[in-house]
Ligand binder design. Structure first.
Ligand SMILES: *Cc1c(COP(=O)(O)O)cnc(C)c1O
Length: 374
């Protein structure tokens, strides 16, 4: 049996090993230490934001960003319906209601016209807008930010998938009152698990750092006036993150080269488009195709089966949040675009750790499938 080609597996090696061992030997094995502070400085610089708070996950960063901006019970937050559950879960943790808004069919990112409609409908209950940079391509902030400004609603950017991307030259994660990154195992770079909150506000950064360490007052005995969380990133994982950050551009380059190969293959196939793939500023975290079965004569599921038979992993595009049982009954503003992408999309192996030999297997399998199906 050949080895399994995975969608997006961690890409780590000698550099990560040396950073991790060095941190271990330094004695800083706690969720505090020089690597945490250095990692925060380096990510803040990379994303061109004044402050960064290293946390145990992207979900924790979303949760604290929402709390820090005063989101809570009785309020609503706009979330694009096409996202990973963490975006909506974080809203639910605060006691607020996520309101699911549909996406641009070309990119899968929050539809600015529908956002405008949602803001008008939600009125004073609306506490924040939480766009997602889907699969690494930034949402259209040129159109989204003016809508938020017009209604006076803060924007939190879920850039969990978008570290290293830019929009009109500005780094992902820098567009909102707060931005959120994830370093989960399958993301563009990993700390095995981790996240970061980015912000221009020192007050917000300090408040989130305070909440992330059980909200301890600065006194010797344990004094608490707020409910806190255990959300700080460990020094060991921050060291791993620093090594990954050194390699970020190299890893993005490999994902981009893979996307270019997919683009070449599918540009010759009528009825197949690449989701948001014409964005030259995206980090190419995941590459997804959208299939029009009327034109192709085959479905996304047919191709998924063909690749699975050859031990190559694919995945449907996210099932929209408004179709999830856990969020049944949530308010929605829909066009049908997210459901279409879910039903006809397919995410292809996109990771930077995919070897040349594995790439040959992927593209041989695609050539075989497309030759047989045409
Ligand atoms: C991965 C991801 C998250 C959550 O990050 P974790 O570090 O896994 O908690 C949030 N939002 C989106 C869009 C993600 O892809």
């Amino acid at each position: 049996m050949t080895d399994r080609v995975l969608l997006s597996s961690p890409d780590v090696g000698h550099l990560e090993e040396s950073y991790l061992v060095e941190a271990l030997r330094s004695g800083w094995v706690a969720p505090a230490g020089p690597a945490v502070e250095a990692f925060e400085r380096e990510v803040a610089a990379r994303c061109d934001v004044p402050h960064a708070v290293a946390l145990s996950s992207g979900t924790a960063a979303l949760h604290l960003a929402l709390l820090g901006l005063g989101v809570g019970p009785g309020r609503t937050v706009v979330v694009p319906t096409l996202t990973f559950a963490a975006t909506a879960n974080a809203v639910a943790y605060t006691g607020a209601q996520p309101v699911f808004v549909d996406v641009d069919p070309r990119t899968g990112n929050l539809d600015p016209a529908l956002l405008d409609q949602a803001c008008a409908e939600l009125g004073p209950s609306l506490a924040a807008v939480l766009p997602v940079d889907l699969f690494g391509a930034c949402a259209d902030y040129e159109r989204i930010l003016p809508v938020c400004d017009r209604y006076g609603i803060p924007l939190i950017e879920d850039a969990a998938e978008a570290l290293g991307s830019t929009f009109r030259g500005r780094p992902a994660g820098s567009f909102g009152k707060a931005g959120v990154l994830s370093f989960n195992g399958n993301k563009i770079m990993t700390t095995s698990g981790g996240g970061m909150l980015l912000t221009a506000s020192r007050t917000l950064a300090d408040h989130c750092r305070y909440l992330s360490t059980q909200a301890r007052q600065p006194v010797a005995h344990y004094e608490h006036v707020d409910v806190g969380y255990n959300y700080r990133l460990s020094n060991l994982l921050a060291a791993l993150g620093r090594a990954q950050l050194h390699r970020l551009d190299e890893m993005i380059g490999r994902r981009r080269a893979l996307r270019d190969r997919y683009t070449k293959v599918f540009s010759a196939v009528p009825g197949v488009t690449l989701l948001g793939a014409d964005d030259p500023e995206a980090n190419c975290w995941l590459t997804s195709i959208v299939v029009d079965p009327q034109t192709t004569g085959w479905t996304a599921a047919d191709l998924a089966q063909h690749l699975a038979d050859r031990n190559i992993e694919t995945r449907p595009v996210f099932k929209p949040m408004h179709l999830q049982p856990v969020f049944a009954g949530a308010r929605v503003v829909l066009s049908g675009a997210a459901r279409h992408l879910f039903e006809h999309g397919l995410t292809l192996p996109s990771g930077s750790a995919i070897t040349e030999l594995q790439q040959r297997r992927i593209f041989d399998a695609l050539t075989e499938f497309l030759g047989r199906s045409s």
